[in-house]
Design a protein around this ligand. Structure first.
Ligand SMILES: Cc1ncc(COP(=O)(O)O)c(N)n1
Length: 257
C-alpha cells in the first residue's frame, strides 16, 4: 500500500509507486492524500484531500484487503501525517517505509515546514525504515553532512532520536560514488552505487522506497530488501529516458524485455 500524492507528469508519487509495485510483481493499493499539477520542470499547484476522505481510503483498504507492507511519500501537512499515523496504529500496519519527501527535484516544498515535527515524532516513530536523502537527513538530524563520515554520524543521531532503521541515500552527495548507508542501531551497511550521469531521475526516491516495501511484503529481510531494491533502481536510472524539458522519469520496466 502506498500512501502518497499523485504526479500528473507520471514520473513520481503514486504513479511511480504503482509502476514499481507492478515491476516487482506485487499487488499495489493506493491512498491518495493530495494531488499535484506538475511536470518535469515545475509543480504548479497542490490540492490537499480532506482528512475524512483519506481516513475512508485507508479504512476501505485495511478493513478488506489488508497490506503486507506500506510506503509513504509526499504527505504535505501535519494534519495528513497525523491522520495517516493514527490509521497505521489502528490497523497495526507492519513494514512501514517512510520516504520523507520534503522538496521536489524542481525545488518546490512537498512537505510543509510546520509538518516536519509530525513526520519525525509521529509517523517515523511507528515506521520500520526511513529513507532520507542527504538534505532530508540534515534536517532530521540537525547536522551538516559534508562527507561519508558525516553520513554515518547523522544516521546514528537519527536512530537515537527516532529508534528506527535508517537508510541515508547518497545520491545527493557530490562524489563519484552514490553509496547508501543503512544503520539498524547496531551495524552500518554500505550499498555501493556508481553514480550514473543523467538528468532523468524524477521519482527516484519514491521508486526506491516502493521497491523496498515490495520486497519486505514478500518476506525478505531488511538488508536483502534494500540490496535488491538498489539493484532495481540502478537499472531504472541507467535505462531512464528523456520526457519533457526537465527531469525525465526512470525506466520502471527496464528488466522486462
Ligand atoms: C507527488 C510527488 N511525490 C514525490 C515527488 C518527489 O520526486 P522528485 O524528488 O523526483 O521531485 C514529487 N515530485 N511528486
Amino acid at each position: 500500500m502506498t500512501v502518497a500524492s499523485t504526479d500528473s507528469g507520471g514520473g513520481a508519487g503514486i504513479m511511480a509507486d504503482l509502476k514499481t509495485f507492478t515491476a516487482m510483481k506485487v499487488f499495489g493499493t493506493a491512498v491518495v492524500v493530495s494531488l499535484t499539477a506538475q511536470n518535469s520542470v515545475s509543480v504548479k499547484s497542490i490540492y490537499e484531500l480532506p482528512v475524512s476522505f483519506i481516513n475512508d481510503e485507508m479504512d476501505e483498504i485495511l478493513d478488506d484487503i489488508g497490506t503486507d507492507a506500506s510506503k509513504t511519500g509526499m504527505l504535505y501537512s501535519s494534519e495528513i501525517i497525523n491522520a495517516v499515523s493514527e490509521k497505521f496504529k489502528q490497523y497495526d500496519v507492519k513494514n512501514i517505509v517512510v520516504d520523507p519527501v520534503m522538496v521536489s527535484k524542481t525545488n518546490v516544498r512537498l512537505l510543509r515546514e510546520d509538518a516536519i515535527d509530525a513526520m519525525v515524532n509521529n509517523l517515523m516513530k511507528i515506521s520500520y525504515l526511513i529513507t532520507p536523502n542527504i538534505p532530508e537527513a540534515e534536517v532530521i538530524s540537525g547536522q551538516k553532512i559534508n562527507n561519508a563520515m558525516d553520513i554515518k554520524s547523522a544516521a546514528r543521531v537519527i536512530y537515537e532520536k527516532i529508534g528506527t532503521n535508517v537508510l541515508i541515500k547518497g545520491g545527493h552527495y557530490n562524489g563519484y560514488y552514490s553509496d547508501d548507508i543503512l544503520y539498524d542501531g547496531h551495524d552500518f551497511y554500505s550499498f555501493k552505487g556508481k553514480r550514473i550521469e543523467t538528468k532523468n531521475t524524477h521519482g527516484t526516491g519514491d521508486t526506491l522506497s516502493a521497491s523496498i516495501a515490495s520486497y519486505l511484503a514478500g518476506g525478505h529481510n531488511l538488508y536483502d530488501s534494500v540490496s535488491m531494491a538498489k539493484k532495481y533502481i540502478e537499472g531504472a536510472i541507467k535505462y531512464s529516458f528523456p520526457m519533457g524539458k526537465g527531469y525525465g522519469p526512470l525506466n520502471h520496466f527496464w528488466m522486462i524485455k
